[in-house]
Design a protein around this ligand. Structure first.
Ligand code: FES
Length: 96
């Protein structure tokens, strides 16, 4: 199975996960500062800045696109509750 290296820049931790892992599945376990609310692409609590590897993340769903638009964030921000890691990436909590 393909692997991906996901780095949480806010805490300086990198983990190797199976490709297709959702960010939310790892971020709480490692203690990243990414916070969660609805976990369903609705509230925008889990806004996450992608420092590198944007091309290694899953496509945005229409729901994620709508929520991101509602928060007026830069193009390199994703919802951690919705985003699958398909290859190496470096992320941090938005604004953190
Ligand atoms: S936790 Fe609500 S949008 Fe991700």
């Amino acid at each position: 199975m393909a692997k991906a290296r996901l780095t949480f820049a806010d805490i300086g931790v990198s983990v190797t996960v199976p490709a297709g892992t959702r960010i939310i599945e790892v971020s709480e376990k490692v203690g990243s500062g990414i916070a969660y609310g609805c976990r369903e692409s609705d509230c925008g609590t889990c806004l996450t800045t992608v420092e590198s590897g944007m091309e290694h993340l899953s496509e945005k769903s229409p729901y994620e696109i709508a929520t991101l638009a509602g928060h007026n964030v830069p193009a390199n921000v994703r919802l951690a509750c919705q985003t699958l890691v398909l290859g190496d990436a470096v992320i941090r909590p938005y604004g953190g």
